[in-house]
Design a protein around this ligand. Structure first.
Ligand code: MRU
Length: 343
Protein backbone atom coordinates (compact mmCIF):
# COMPACT_ATOMS: atom_id res chain seq x y z
CA UNK A 1 0.00 0.00 0.00
CA UNK A 2 1.14 3.56 -0.70
CA UNK A 3 3.09 5.37 2.05
CA UNK A 4 1.30 8.71 2.44
CA UNK A 5 3.59 10.16 5.09
CA UNK A 6 6.69 8.94 6.91
CA UNK A 7 9.02 10.16 9.60
CA UNK A 8 12.63 9.75 8.39
CA UNK A 9 16.07 10.94 9.49
CA UNK A 10 15.97 13.48 6.63
CA UNK A 11 12.58 14.93 7.64
CA UNK A 12 8.90 14.23 7.06
CA UNK A 13 8.46 12.54 3.68
CA UNK A 14 5.11 12.76 1.87
CA UNK A 15 3.88 11.55 -1.48
CA UNK A 16 3.01 14.70 -3.45
CA UNK A 17 -0.77 14.45 -3.89
CA UNK A 18 -0.87 17.45 -6.20
CA UNK A 19 1.01 15.43 -8.82
CA UNK A 20 -0.72 12.06 -8.57
CA UNK A 21 -1.57 9.98 -10.52
CA UNK A 22 0.73 10.95 -13.40
CA UNK A 23 3.82 11.58 -11.28
CA UNK A 24 4.71 9.60 -8.17
CA UNK A 25 7.08 11.92 -6.40
CA UNK A 26 7.97 12.29 -2.74
CA UNK A 27 8.52 15.62 -1.00
CA UNK A 28 10.83 15.87 2.02
CA UNK A 29 9.76 18.50 4.57
CA UNK A 30 12.90 19.51 6.45
CA UNK A 31 11.31 22.16 8.67
CA UNK A 32 7.95 22.65 10.33
CA UNK A 33 7.35 25.51 7.90
CA UNK A 34 7.76 23.01 5.04
CA UNK A 35 5.12 20.81 6.68
CA UNK A 36 2.74 23.78 7.03
CA UNK A 37 3.33 24.67 3.37
CA UNK A 38 2.63 21.06 2.32
CA UNK A 39 -0.72 21.14 4.14
CA UNK A 40 -1.75 24.52 2.65
CA UNK A 41 -0.80 23.49 -0.89
CA UNK A 42 -2.47 20.04 -0.55
CA UNK A 43 0.72 18.03 -1.03
CA UNK A 44 -0.88 16.21 1.87
CA UNK A 45 -4.63 16.39 2.46
CA UNK A 46 -7.48 14.48 4.08
CA UNK A 47 -8.43 15.09 7.70
CA UNK A 48 -6.54 12.27 9.48
CA UNK A 49 -3.43 12.71 7.28
CA UNK A 50 -3.40 16.42 8.09
CA UNK A 51 -3.50 15.50 11.80
CA UNK A 52 -0.55 13.12 11.43
CA UNK A 53 1.37 15.75 9.42
CA UNK A 54 0.77 18.35 12.15
CA UNK A 55 2.01 15.99 14.88
CA UNK A 56 5.14 15.21 12.86
CA UNK A 57 5.56 18.89 12.00
CA UNK A 58 5.58 19.79 15.68
CA UNK A 59 8.07 17.02 16.49
CA UNK A 60 10.27 18.24 13.62
CA UNK A 61 10.05 21.88 14.71
CA UNK A 62 11.09 21.04 18.27
CA UNK A 63 14.21 19.22 17.03
CA UNK A 64 15.32 22.48 15.41
CA UNK A 65 14.09 24.97 18.01
CA UNK A 66 16.49 27.04 20.12
CA UNK A 67 16.60 25.31 23.56
CA UNK A 68 16.86 28.73 25.23
CA UNK A 69 13.50 29.80 23.74
CA UNK A 70 11.76 26.44 23.56
CA UNK A 71 8.40 27.49 25.04
CA UNK A 72 8.02 30.48 22.71
CA UNK A 73 9.15 28.54 19.65
CA UNK A 74 6.82 25.65 20.52
CA UNK A 75 3.90 28.09 20.48
CA UNK A 76 4.98 29.53 17.13
CA UNK A 77 5.24 26.03 15.64
CA UNK A 78 1.75 25.13 16.88
CA UNK A 79 0.13 28.36 15.74
CA UNK A 80 1.78 28.16 12.29
CA UNK A 81 0.43 24.65 11.77
CA UNK A 82 -3.00 25.58 13.18
CA UNK A 83 -3.30 28.38 10.59
CA UNK A 84 -2.97 26.04 7.60
CA UNK A 85 -6.52 24.76 7.01
CA UNK A 86 -9.59 25.54 9.14
CA UNK A 87 -12.15 22.77 8.59
CA UNK A 88 -10.60 19.38 9.44
CA UNK A 89 -10.75 19.19 13.22
CA UNK A 90 -8.14 16.41 13.28
CA UNK A 91 -5.54 19.14 12.73
CA UNK A 92 -6.51 20.89 15.98
CA UNK A 93 -6.95 17.56 17.76
CA UNK A 94 -3.36 16.55 16.91
CA UNK A 95 -1.93 19.95 17.88
CA UNK A 96 -3.81 19.80 21.15
CA UNK A 97 -2.47 16.32 21.87
CA UNK A 98 1.12 17.43 21.23
CA UNK A 99 0.57 20.61 23.28
CA UNK A 100 -0.69 18.66 26.29
CA UNK A 101 2.24 16.27 26.11
CA UNK A 102 4.72 19.16 25.85
CA UNK A 103 3.17 20.81 28.91
CA UNK A 104 3.53 17.55 30.85
CA UNK A 105 7.25 17.40 30.00
CA UNK A 106 8.10 20.82 31.44
CA UNK A 107 11.39 20.74 33.36
CA UNK A 108 12.79 17.70 31.55
CA UNK A 109 16.05 17.91 29.55
CA UNK A 110 15.58 19.20 25.98
CA UNK A 111 16.89 15.94 24.49
CA UNK A 112 14.25 13.97 26.40
CA UNK A 113 11.47 16.36 25.30
CA UNK A 114 12.59 16.06 21.68
CA UNK A 115 12.66 12.26 21.80
CA UNK A 116 9.27 12.08 23.49
CA UNK A 117 7.63 14.34 20.89
CA UNK A 118 8.96 12.18 18.05
CA UNK A 119 7.60 9.08 19.80
CA UNK A 120 4.20 10.76 20.18
CA UNK A 121 4.04 11.76 16.51
CA UNK A 122 4.85 8.16 15.57
CA UNK A 123 2.12 6.97 17.94
CA UNK A 124 -0.41 9.28 16.24
CA UNK A 125 0.64 7.75 12.91
CA UNK A 126 0.46 4.13 14.06
CA UNK A 127 -2.80 4.58 15.99
CA UNK A 128 -4.39 6.07 12.88
CA UNK A 129 -3.76 2.90 10.87
CA UNK A 130 -5.18 0.75 13.68
CA UNK A 131 -8.21 3.07 13.96
CA UNK A 132 -8.88 2.77 10.24
CA UNK A 133 -8.74 -1.03 10.44
CA UNK A 134 -11.29 -0.90 13.29
CA UNK A 135 -13.52 1.48 11.27
CA UNK A 136 -13.31 -1.02 8.42
CA UNK A 137 -14.29 -3.92 10.68
CA UNK A 138 -17.32 -2.03 12.01
CA UNK A 139 -18.36 -0.77 8.59
CA UNK A 140 -17.93 -3.89 6.45
CA UNK A 141 -21.17 -5.57 7.61
CA UNK A 142 -23.14 -2.50 6.44
CA UNK A 143 -21.97 -2.86 2.84
CA UNK A 144 -24.44 -4.89 0.73
CA UNK A 145 -22.79 -7.82 -1.05
CA UNK A 146 -22.79 -7.90 -4.84
CA UNK A 147 -23.51 -4.19 -5.23
CA UNK A 148 -21.70 -0.94 -6.03
CA UNK A 149 -20.47 1.50 -3.36
CA UNK A 150 -20.47 5.20 -4.26
CA UNK A 151 -17.84 7.39 -2.64
CA UNK A 152 -16.89 11.05 -2.97
CA UNK A 153 -13.47 12.72 -2.70
CA UNK A 154 -10.65 10.57 -1.28
CA UNK A 155 -11.04 9.11 2.18
CA UNK A 156 -8.47 6.41 1.60
CA UNK A 157 -4.89 5.51 2.48
CA UNK A 158 -3.82 8.81 0.91
CA UNK A 159 -6.06 10.77 3.30
CA UNK A 160 -4.82 8.94 6.40
CA UNK A 161 -1.70 7.22 7.70
CA UNK A 162 -2.90 4.15 5.77
CA UNK A 163 -5.89 1.93 4.82
CA UNK A 164 -8.37 4.80 4.87
CA UNK A 165 -11.73 5.50 6.49
CA UNK A 166 -14.41 5.24 3.76
CA UNK A 167 -12.03 3.25 1.55
CA UNK A 168 -11.07 1.27 4.66
CA UNK A 169 -14.70 0.15 4.93
CA UNK A 170 -14.59 -0.88 1.27
CA UNK A 171 -11.26 -2.70 1.76
CA UNK A 172 -12.59 -4.51 4.84
CA UNK A 173 -15.78 -5.55 3.02
CA UNK A 174 -13.65 -7.04 0.23
CA UNK A 175 -11.34 -8.73 2.78
CA UNK A 176 -14.50 -10.22 4.33
CA UNK A 177 -15.27 -11.84 0.98
CA UNK A 178 -17.88 -9.42 -0.36
CA UNK A 179 -18.04 -8.90 -4.09
CA UNK A 180 -18.34 -5.14 -4.54
CA UNK A 181 -17.12 -2.47 -6.88
CA UNK A 182 -16.73 1.26 -6.40
CA UNK A 183 -18.06 4.33 -8.17
CA UNK A 184 -15.80 7.32 -7.49
CA UNK A 185 -17.16 10.81 -8.01
CA UNK A 186 -14.44 12.90 -9.69
CA UNK A 187 -14.70 15.65 -7.01
CA UNK A 188 -14.37 18.98 -8.76
CA UNK A 189 -12.52 21.25 -8.46
CA UNK A 190 -9.46 19.49 -7.02
CA UNK A 191 -10.31 16.08 -8.49
CA UNK A 192 -9.43 13.99 -5.43
CA UNK A 193 -11.82 11.30 -6.70
CA UNK A 194 -10.48 11.10 -10.25
CA UNK A 195 -6.82 11.54 -9.37
CA UNK A 196 -6.48 9.89 -5.96
CA UNK A 197 -9.34 7.47 -5.21
CA UNK A 198 -9.22 5.85 -8.63
CA UNK A 199 -5.42 5.56 -8.49
CA UNK A 200 -5.38 4.20 -4.96
CA UNK A 201 -8.05 1.57 -5.62
CA UNK A 202 -6.39 0.53 -8.86
CA UNK A 203 -3.14 -0.05 -6.93
CA UNK A 204 -5.08 -2.57 -4.81
CA UNK A 205 -6.90 -4.09 -7.81
CA UNK A 206 -10.29 -3.00 -6.42
CA UNK A 207 -12.72 -2.50 -9.32
CA UNK A 208 -13.46 1.21 -9.64
CA UNK A 209 -15.42 3.29 -12.14
CA UNK A 210 -14.99 7.05 -12.42
CA UNK A 211 -18.09 9.23 -12.77
CA UNK A 212 -18.39 13.00 -12.89
CA UNK A 213 -20.04 14.58 -9.85
CA UNK A 214 -23.21 15.46 -11.75
CA UNK A 215 -23.81 11.79 -12.62
CA UNK A 216 -24.44 10.79 -8.98
CA UNK A 217 -28.22 11.27 -9.20
CA UNK A 218 -28.45 9.25 -12.40
CA UNK A 219 -26.69 6.25 -10.86
CA UNK A 220 -28.35 6.50 -7.44
CA UNK A 221 -31.72 6.31 -9.23
CA UNK A 222 -30.63 3.33 -11.34
CA UNK A 223 -30.77 0.84 -8.45
CA UNK A 224 -27.15 -0.11 -9.02
CA UNK A 225 -25.69 1.54 -5.90
CA UNK A 226 -26.04 -0.48 -2.68
CA UNK A 227 -24.76 2.26 -0.36
CA UNK A 228 -22.67 5.43 -0.21
CA UNK A 229 -19.66 5.71 2.09
CA UNK A 230 -17.72 8.95 2.51
CA UNK A 231 -15.24 10.41 5.00
CA UNK A 232 -15.59 13.54 7.12
CA UNK A 233 -13.56 16.58 8.10
CA UNK A 234 -15.61 17.53 11.14
CA UNK A 235 -18.78 16.11 12.68
CA UNK A 236 -20.87 18.25 15.01
CA UNK A 237 -22.52 16.89 18.17
CA UNK A 238 -25.87 16.50 16.36
CA UNK A 239 -24.34 14.39 13.55
CA UNK A 240 -24.14 17.12 10.89
CA UNK A 241 -21.12 16.25 8.73
CA UNK A 242 -18.64 18.57 7.01
CA UNK A 243 -16.94 16.79 4.14
CA UNK A 244 -15.68 17.63 0.67
CA UNK A 245 -17.99 19.97 -1.22
CA UNK A 246 -20.50 17.92 -3.20
CA UNK A 247 -21.08 15.43 -0.38
CA UNK A 248 -24.35 17.11 0.61
CA UNK A 249 -25.77 16.67 -2.89
CA UNK A 250 -24.83 12.98 -2.92
CA UNK A 251 -26.47 12.49 0.50
CA UNK A 252 -29.75 14.13 -0.55
CA UNK A 253 -29.88 12.12 -3.77
CA UNK A 254 -29.13 8.94 -1.83
CA UNK A 255 -32.01 9.54 0.58
CA UNK A 256 -34.36 10.42 -2.27
CA UNK A 257 -33.56 7.05 -3.85
CA UNK A 258 -33.59 4.95 -0.67
CA UNK A 259 -29.82 4.30 -0.72
CA UNK A 260 -28.13 4.34 2.73
CA UNK A 261 -25.53 7.07 3.10
CA UNK A 262 -22.78 6.29 5.64
CA UNK A 263 -19.96 8.44 7.00
CA UNK A 264 -16.73 6.75 8.15
CA UNK A 265 -14.46 8.75 10.46
CA UNK A 266 -12.31 8.41 13.56
CA UNK A 267 -13.53 9.73 16.91
CA UNK A 268 -10.92 12.52 16.50
CA UNK A 269 -13.13 13.93 13.70
CA UNK A 270 -15.98 14.53 16.17
CA UNK A 271 -16.26 18.07 17.45
CA UNK A 272 -18.65 17.67 20.37
CA UNK A 273 -18.15 21.35 21.26
CA UNK A 274 -20.28 22.31 18.25
CA UNK A 275 -24.05 22.02 18.58
CA UNK A 276 -24.65 21.78 14.82
CA UNK A 277 -22.91 21.88 11.48
CA UNK A 278 -23.74 25.59 11.09
CA UNK A 279 -20.85 26.29 13.45
CA UNK A 280 -18.24 24.43 11.37
CA UNK A 281 -15.78 26.83 9.67
CA UNK A 282 -15.70 26.22 5.93
CA UNK A 283 -12.43 26.81 4.11
CA UNK A 284 -12.57 28.98 1.00
CA UNK A 285 -9.91 28.06 -1.55
CA UNK A 286 -8.34 30.01 -4.43
CA UNK A 287 -10.54 30.99 -7.39
CA UNK A 288 -8.08 29.48 -9.86
CA UNK A 289 -9.05 25.98 -8.71
CA UNK A 290 -12.45 26.68 -10.29
CA UNK A 291 -11.54 28.87 -13.26
CA UNK A 292 -8.65 26.68 -14.41
CA UNK A 293 -8.13 22.98 -15.00
CA UNK A 294 -4.45 22.06 -14.59
CA UNK A 295 -3.43 25.65 -15.28
CA UNK A 296 -5.61 25.98 -18.39
CA UNK A 297 -8.29 28.69 -18.05
CA UNK A 298 -11.82 27.39 -18.68
CA UNK A 299 -13.81 30.51 -17.74
CA UNK A 300 -13.65 34.10 -19.06
CA UNK A 301 -11.08 36.36 -17.40
CA UNK A 302 -12.31 38.09 -14.22
CA UNK A 303 -15.12 35.58 -13.63
CA UNK A 304 -16.58 35.89 -10.13
CA UNK A 305 -15.97 32.62 -8.25
CA UNK A 306 -17.02 30.92 -5.03
CA UNK A 307 -14.86 28.00 -3.93
CA UNK A 308 -15.92 26.50 -0.59
CA UNK A 309 -13.81 23.36 -0.08
CA UNK A 310 -16.45 21.64 2.08
CA UNK A 311 -20.18 21.49 2.62
CA UNK A 312 -22.26 20.34 5.55
CA UNK A 313 -24.64 17.41 5.23
CA UNK A 314 -27.52 17.66 7.74
CA UNK A 315 -27.77 14.65 10.06
CA UNK A 316 -31.16 13.56 8.65
CA UNK A 317 -29.42 12.31 5.50
CA UNK A 318 -26.84 10.23 7.39
CA UNK A 319 -27.83 6.58 7.97
CA UNK A 320 -24.88 5.86 10.26
CA UNK A 321 -21.51 7.21 11.38
CA UNK A 322 -18.86 4.47 11.40
CA UNK A 323 -16.07 4.99 13.94
CA UNK A 324 -13.35 2.82 15.47
CA UNK A 325 -15.56 2.36 18.54
CA UNK A 326 -18.62 1.20 16.63
CA UNK A 327 -21.40 2.66 14.49
CA UNK A 328 -23.50 5.60 15.71
CA UNK A 329 -27.10 5.71 14.51
CA UNK A 330 -29.65 8.52 14.91
CA UNK A 331 -30.40 10.30 17.16
CA UNK A 332 -26.77 11.40 17.03
CA UNK A 333 -27.06 13.83 19.96
CA UNK A 334 -27.29 10.67 22.07
CA UNK A 335 -25.24 8.11 20.15
CA UNK A 336 -22.16 10.23 19.35
CA UNK A 337 -21.29 11.41 22.88
CA UNK A 338 -21.97 7.87 24.13
CA UNK A 339 -19.62 6.37 21.54
CA UNK A 340 -16.94 9.01 22.18
CA UNK A 341 -17.01 8.22 25.93
CA UNK A 342 -16.77 4.45 25.36
CA UNK A 343 -13.49 2.86 26.53
O1 MRU B 1 -9.63 19.08 0.78
P1 MRU B 1 -9.28 17.68 1.18
O2 MRU B 1 -8.79 16.85 0.06
O3 MRU B 1 -8.36 17.66 2.39
O4 MRU B 1 -10.67 17.05 1.65
C1 MRU B 1 -10.69 15.72 2.07
C2 MRU B 1 -12.03 15.24 2.43
O5 MRU B 1 -13.01 15.94 2.35
C3 MRU B 1 -12.11 13.85 2.99
O6 MRU B 1 -13.30 13.22 2.61
C4 MRU B 1 -12.01 13.90 4.51
O7 MRU B 1 -10.91 14.67 4.91
C5 MRU B 1 -11.91 12.56 5.12
S1 MRU B 1 -10.37 11.77 4.76
C6 MRU B 1 -10.33 10.28 5.55
Amino acid sequence: MVETIQWTAAGVVMIDQTRLPRVQEFVTCRTYQDVAHAIVTMVIRGAPAIGVAAAMGIALGVQQADPARLDAEFETICSTLAATRPTAVNLFWAIDRMRKLYASLRGQPVAAIRARLIAEALAVYEEDIAINRAIGAHGAPLVPDGRTVLTHCNAGALATAGYGTALGVIRAAIEAGKSIDVFAGETRPFLQGARLTVWELQQDHIPVTLITDNMAGHFLKSGRIGCCVVGADRIARNGDVANKVGTYGVAVLAKENGVPFYVAAPISTLDLTLRSGDQIPIEQRPAEEVTEVFGVPVAPDNTAVENPAFDVTPNRYVAGIITEKGVAFPPYEESLPRLAAKE
